[in-house]
Every structure is written in structure tokens, then in C-alpha cells.
Design a protein around this ligand. Sequence first.
Ligand SMILES: [Zn+2]
Length: 289
Amino acid sequence: MRKNFVIMTLVLASFSFTKMTAQINFGEKAIGAVQKGVAGFTFSNADAAKLSKEAVDKLDAEHEIAGPTDGYTLRLNRVFGKHATTDGVTLNYKVYKIKEVNAFATADGSVRVYSGLMDIMDDNELIAVIGHEIGHVINNDSRDAIRAAYQKEALMDGAASQSATIATVTDSQLGKIGSAIIDSKYSRKQESEADLFAYNFMKKNGYNVNAEESAFRILAKMSEGAEASFIDQMMSSHPDSKKRADDAKARAEKDGAYKLYVQQKIVNTVPATTTKKATTTKKTTKKKK
Ligand SMILES: [Zn+2]
């Protein structure tokens, strides 16, 4: 709720071209990166990563983040921690405690998973969804998206940025770039390539690939039901769940690996015994965090 309110405030402030954003505080770093871009209009991969990081820092500040001993964090550590470096990309990950079904990843390698998603996906399904988001990063979709969002903001606010109020304009720009990240709209082609990445990621790491179909079936089913409002975010950016489930199934069939997936138990609470560390069970090669 609060997040939506903040984003709405930023949008309104930006359109009105007034100084009404003065109450919104940002670090100087964030302002610096955007100003640099405005001046030069070049936008390198490093710029994409830097701007993404700043937008994510802002989103982090606006969301309740699961703490280090929270059950959601422990589960994500266990399920995803060993993949924190994937294909040479170093990922940082956090759980947003929010009852929406969503996850996103950004050009700087930030992965954010909503607890609402973790409530309905088992470990393998979660890997499928996170793998999909990582696919967007590795395929440079995330970079292209933030560049597009940035260009849109920079152009739209061009007139206002002539004045000395660039800092306040920049605040709202960053807010809008942040909400663009959350609502990230990718092309159908980008989506199916990210799905393929997730599938191969699961296969390579020895997961049950049928969980990908299952994850999309869950989303498709929810979009028809009373829970639809919960998954607005994910459905609006990922509209073809049914087709994508079918595609995942077809991939598994082609590999001779198809079997209807049965969802496993979902545990987001702190386990009774946490003494045993889950570090060395899989064929993880390097663990760098
Ligand atoms: Zn996607």
C-alpha cells in the first residue's frame, strides 16, 4: 500500500513540474549517476548497473525486507544461495515481505523475491521463477529495460531539467525507473528466451525441470481465480502463463524428462534445528557470496 502511494506521489510530482518533491530524500550518489547520463546521453553497461543499483536501493528502502534470521531468508539462502554466482554474474538477493506474487532481477544483479511468491511456490518452482529472472539479466534484457526507462524519463523531463531543480526531477525519475523495474515489460521473445534459460538452468543443476511447467500452471490458475488481484504484478508483466506452461512441458517431453510435477511441501518458517548448514549437498563448485 505504502509503496503504491509513494510511487503515485512520485508520478504526480514529476508531471506537475513543481518543487513538490522536496520532501523526498535521496542520496547524492543517485542524483550524480542520473545527472551524468543527462549530460552525456551515453549509457554504458556500467551505467545500467549503477542506475539499477540506485533504483533497487530505493525500492529496498520502501519495502519491508526479511531479516537474516527470518524463515523466508533462510529458505532463500538454502534454495538459491548456492547460485549466487551464475554464469559469471554475481547476484545479491533479498526477500520483500509483501503478499504479492512477484520477483524481479536487475542489471546490477539484484534479485528480489516477494514472500507472496514464496508462499505459493515450492523450492523447485521457486528456482524456475528466479531462474527466469536471472535469464533476463544474463540475456541483457534487464539492461535494455533500464536504459529504455531512463531514456524515457530523461527525454520527458528534458524541459524541466534546464532549471536548477534537476535534483528534485531526478528523485521522481528514479522513482519511476524503480516502478518500471517492478512492472518490467518484456517482449514475448525475451520472455520465452528467459523461460528457456530457466529450463536449462534447472537441467544443468539437476533440478526437476517439470517444476517450470508447474510454476506457470499455478500462475495461470490463480489468474482465473479469486486471488487474481494478488498476482496483478506478475500477470501484467507475464501474461501468457498457460502457453508458457505448455512450452515448458513440451521442452521436458522433448528431453524425455516429462512427468506431471507434484508440488512439494512449502516451508517458510524457521526450521526447528538450524545447526546443520546446507552448504555441501549438491555438486556446487564454487560458493562465493
Ligand atoms: Zn520475464
